[in-house]
Design a protein around this ligand. Sequence first.
Ligand code: GLY
Length: 380
Amino acid sequence: MTVPSRHAEPAIVAVSLGDRAYEIVIGRDVLRSLGERIAELRPGARTAIVTDRNVAKYWLEKAEASLAAAGIASSRIIVEEGEISKTYAGLEQVSEALIAAKIERNDLVVALGGGVVGDLAGFAAAILRRGVDFVQVPTSLLALVDSSVGGKTGINSPQGKNLLGAFHQPVLVIADTAVLDTLSPRHFRAGYAEVAKYGVLGDKSFFSWLEKNHGEVFAGGAAREHAIATSCRAKAAIVSRDERETGERALLNLGHTFGHALEAATGFSDRLFHGEGVAIGMVLAAEFSAELGMIADADAARIKRHLAEVGLPTHLQDIAGFAQEGLADADALMALMAQDKKVKRGKLNLILLRGIGQATIVEDVDPASIRAFLQQKLAQ
Ligand code: GLY
């Protein structure tokens, strides 16, 4: 796999979903084309930009300037940064502001932000007047390669993450790689876990390419854009085949059942970012696959080695305050895993590996074997 030399033209990835098909436009400074592209897609539409306080500092004026240059009216709705906005209260704030801004059926909501803003604004758009279209403008690596593509929108319930939501596809994704310049190294690394995930789950040659080129991906430039485009292409292909997660799309949850349990155990706090939970979860999924004889120990070790090399946590013990709050307790982690949405009628389904690049859904995994595996990991 080679990296195309840098060129001014953005990469366009198509998400083929019939009359709900859309494009992901990937490249440096593509935010400048937001207004022009919206004017072409939806002539005469008004827009409301939903963003958070932090993203607004860096990107709101640029987005507004692009809309204004194309003659598009826009209003701004600014929410608090973080999961605190992905709540009933956040949804009420955004929905009422959209109604006050007179956003109607033919208008557009623009989600300018990371995963929280995309999920919240997308869900508000899904229910506003029974459905208004929206545009995703992701501003974190995680959102660029995962949450802004595929139409999963929603908020958290006090009883669990993402328990309320809707499938609502965006009509356009503007993936400007310049937004990554303002991201902290830790946030970038956490997003990188989702990039590596696409290699581990379905593309061994991409994983090998990342092993060789991760330094360039972290440094920026053409390799970074190539990694982002490859990730978006992988996600777009899966979503096109299984939009509603009746089968294959569940593979995208590799590392997420273990990861979500760890996020829940750390109170969805800064102690463990989502992507960090996914990194540890992916290693656990690989090691559990090896334990079941599905992959070689060497393959599990290879995945762990790569994630550790880029500075991601790969052990339960890497989590700050590991010994507290039930983290060091296999039964508590099992209880948290059982709350995950991937549980069907009380049965625990896991995404495991038959090889690097060959993820598979394993249904009804024996809880006793997971508990014994976790106990062994906790004792290391
Ligand atoms: N983040 C997993 C999915 O979109 O299906």
